[in-house]
Design a protein around this ligand. Structure first.
Ligand code: JFZ
Length: 434
């Protein structure tokens, strides 16, 4: 009897060990169940309203751009207000450009004078955000550009002139990066690091791996995106081999990632068109953004939606309003987004699906049609269907598939979600490619 108990105990311990997650896996799972975050591109360039980093040495002459910090005084910056805006939008994390390609630092770093403490504003933006995020239960994540066109040791000094500076020194530059990253991790305790700007020739995958190992040595549970290495989905939304990437998740850009049940990804999109604030920038419609959100969750990925605050520190009222509308939609439909998995169907222009337990959440993107027909689910039956607000929905399963009749009163309305109740766990279903 005693021996038996011991065997059982050892077996249990052994299985627990087998299923034990590393701190990285735990963090990435938490991150992916959050599904929706706010990207913030901000800096002195907002005084001009041109694009951050890229307009330097183009629309804005280099010297002029590099002097803007002397006028940067976002007196109306209110970290609590930004974080509340993110929270009201249903976002669960916030990723801020602590240092973009132009090299300006939003925190009082010891390692370059080109930072917020030398502006008329003086105060530490990151600290204020860290405090506000903690108070409101939002995860603080930090964007940090690998390239820095302003730094004398980074060999390329302009997006528009690829000449290599012989006096630059990558070894010193990497040491500088490490100092700053340590400062950021120790002082602001970010949940995730979002690297970028790794595509230029001075950067290599091997340097990316060195930085990855370094940040993990400071905070083992931290996660990073995959822009530490050359392989990433990018604007072409390329399928990449997870074994070849440096970092924990893939980063398609201005494109919804492909349905992938094994490799985590996060798509970044802008609420307007420019990353940094621009006067009268085109604001995307609620319909467009919600469809992106549903297709992203439907692909088993996250959405990082970018907002560009103005030079006075405020987020434009019309952007705040759009974000609030997204939050209102999520108040009703959030259970079909947060903590769900993508699939089983690949998204189409008409619908996207997410799943959890015995449910498939059918996100109806085209509300003009009378019915949606989904391919059959071999081995599973739909035993009931209703909207998120409990109105019953008629489903007929026949030879042509699963026909979901859409309620007449929702015709032409904003996208909504129909819950399909199954006779089994939806996670046991294979992915249906369309
Ligand atoms: C990069 C930045 O240059 C840009 O300013 C912004 O911060 C964005 C989130 O990331 O932009 C990119 C990066 C990669 C590609 C395109 C734009 N790409 O490879 O397709």
């Amino acid at each position: 009897m005693k021996v038996n108990k011991l065997v059982v105990l050892l077996c249990l311990l052994f299985t627990a060990q087998l299923h034990a997650q590393t701190p990285t896996q735990r963090t990435i799972n938490t991150f992916m169940s959050d599904r929706f975050g706010m990207f913030i591109h901000w800096g002195p360039v907002t005084l001009r309203g041109t694009e951050i980093g890229w307009s330097r040495d183009k629309e804005v002459p280099m010297e002029d751009y590099d002097s803007l910090y002397k006028e940067f005084n976002p007196a109306l910056f209110n970290a609590d207000a930004w974080v509340k805006t993110a929270k009201d939008a249903g976002m669960r994390y916030l990723t801020i450009t602590a240092r973009h390609h132009d090299g300006f630092c939003l925190w009082p770093t010891k390692y370059t004078a080109y930072n917020i403490s030398n502006t008329p504003y003086k105060k530490d933006i990151l600290k204020a955000l860290q405090v506000a995020c903690k108070k409101q239960g939002i995860k603080l994540c930090i964007y940090y550009s690998v390239l820095d066109w302003h730094h004398p040791d980074y060999p390329i000094h302009s997006a528009h002139n690829g000449k290599i500076d012989p006096h630059a020194n990558m070894q010193r530059y990497v040491a500088f990066m490490k100092n700053q990253l340590k400062e950021l991790i120790v002082n602001y305790d970010p949940f995730m690091l979002w690297f970028d700007g790794q595509w230029e020739s001075p950067w290599t995958d091997s340097l990316g791996r060195e930085i990855y190992t370094y940040v993990k040595s400071i905070k083992p549970g931290i996660i990073t995106n995959n822009r530490l290495g050359k392989k990433f989905a990018a604007m072409e939304n390329k399928a990449i081999d997870p074994a070849e990437m440096v970092g924990d998740y893939d980063t398609p850009e201005r494109a919804v990632g492909r349905l992938n049940m094994t490799m985590p990804w996060e798509s970044s999109f802008t609420i307007c068109q420019q990353w940094a604030w621009k006067p009268n920038d085109h604001l995307q419609s609620l319909k467009t953004i919600l469809a992106i959100l549903s297709k992203t969750a439907g692909g088993n990925g996250n959405l990082l939606l970018n907002v560009g605050p103005m030079s006075d520190g405020r987020i434009e009222a019309r952007q705040v309003k759009r974000l609030q509308e997204i939050g209102d939609w999520l108040k009703i439909n959030g259970t079909a987004v947060y903590n769900t998995y993508g699939g089983p169907y690949e998204a189409t222009a008409n619908y996207a699906t997410t799943r959890k337990g015995n449910k498939i959440y059918l996100h109806v993107l085209n509300t003009d049609t009378a019915a949606l027909v989904l391919p059959a689910l071999p081995g599973a039956k739909v035993v009931g269907a209703h909207t998120m607000t409990g109105q019953s929905v008629t489903v007929n399963t026949g030879s042509e598939g699963i026909q979901v009749s859409l309620p007449e009163r929702l015709k032409g309305k904003l996208q909504y979600v129909v819950v399909l109740e199954l006779d089994k766990d939806a996670m046991t279903l294979p992915v249906v490619k369309l």
